[in-house]
Design a protein around this ligand. Sequence first.
Ligand code: BGC
Ligand code: CA
Length: 298
Amino acid sequence: MNMINKQPSIECVWPAEAILGESPYWCSEEQMLYWVDIDGKTVMSFDPATGARKTYPQIYEVGNIVKRTDGGFIAAMESGLTLLDDNLSNIEIFDKPEEKLPNNRFNDGKCDRRGRFWAGSLDRGEVLPAGSLYCVGSDNNVSKVLSELVIPNGMGWSLDNKTMYFTDSGKCTIYAFDFDLQTAKIENRREFIVVDPEHGVPDGLCVDAKGFVWSAHWGGSCVTRYDPDGKVERVVAMPVPLVTSLAFGGAKLDQLFITSARYGMSDTELAEAPLSGGLFVFEPGVLGLPDVPYNQGA
Ligand code: BGC
Ligand code: CA
């Protein structure tokens, strides 16, 4: 991996001490950043214009959160695919594809540019290849797209929508697939990036306005930006080891929000990295793309 170049100043905008902070989602409509604490069973919102913070406790582990075009939110929680209202309450579980796998829970989720919602599940032991990737399309129809996954994680799509990136942290790998935006079919899986475990494992990802891929390093205290050929463009050091995910936001989509965790860290490790579980932001000098809300008609 390349040397760290041009280290920007990184601000912790919310030292939330999340156990497993994850899945930042920028809502352009509200100009609001949403993120979750999976193990802390909480959704949080942060308004970068005012600094206002809100927490929305949930009764389930919440893997991710995404807005819906018709109002409210969609989330993959524990074993269920769920709709929530504007206040992040009134949960309606519309499918439980993992019901027969009680040790499984949902993890990362995101929408493609047609507004279909993709979410992965994992076995909580994070060793068995018992996870799957699901795609939720029109009228909340759920299809299983991949199985035998260890830790399905960050996903994103190339600017021309012909490639889907998909991370299996259990394999330390970000895969690329040929992607058909019309049909949601993915095929021709190949390795896009294999991370040396010395640099942690790849976790959440997002694609910027130049089509470069940003990936968070769980256990690697950094985020990396790769060009579309998989070459490292830069590595940005973070003040915490468990860097989980990232999303562009702000009025100009020029801010990169980064989530982190404190899951499993010892007291000594926490004393060395007390901001673990916080929400961070920096300006990388490149613009992002708007996150896509879930479109039930897609
Ligand atoms: C998961 C964690 C996992 C980590 C690293 C996160 O997305 O929620 O449970 O340990 O990725 O693979
Ligand atoms: Ca993740």
